[in-house]
Design a protein around this ligand. Structure first.
Ligand code: FES
Length: 95
């Protein structure tokens, strides 16, 4: 399916670019501009941007994988959710 008519970019092109960028750098933040640059193209009218973003969001490799928090002495490393939401419960905050 054509997503960007100005530059003839398909949904397959977008997914391929995202997967390539994620494989090249697991921690990179992938933006529409980076996708355009990976495809050696540049946005023109911008009319496709909402569909472009929707297509990007469909790719499960768009998000940066979970970050690993350094281990504190004697304790295993902990995972930090990308959302940054606190996992503490009311009970744990009273300790
Ligand atoms: S339709 Fe994508 S830049 Fe115009």
């Amino acid at each position: 399916m054509i997503v960007c008519h100005c530059m003839h970019i398909t949904d397959h092109d977008i997914h391929s670019a995202i997967e390539w960028m994620r494989a090249a750098d697991p921690m990179t933040i992938i933006t529409p501009r980076k996708v355009y640059r990976a495809l050696n193209k540049e946005a023109d009218c911008g009319g496709c941007m909402s569909l472009f973003l929707d297509t990007m969001r469909q790719n499960d490799k768009l998000q940066v994988p979970m970050l690993r928090k350094p281990a504190v002495s004697g304790q295993p490393a902990a995972l930090i959710e990308e959302s940054g939401t606190c996992k503490a419960t009311q009970r744990s905050s009273n300790i």
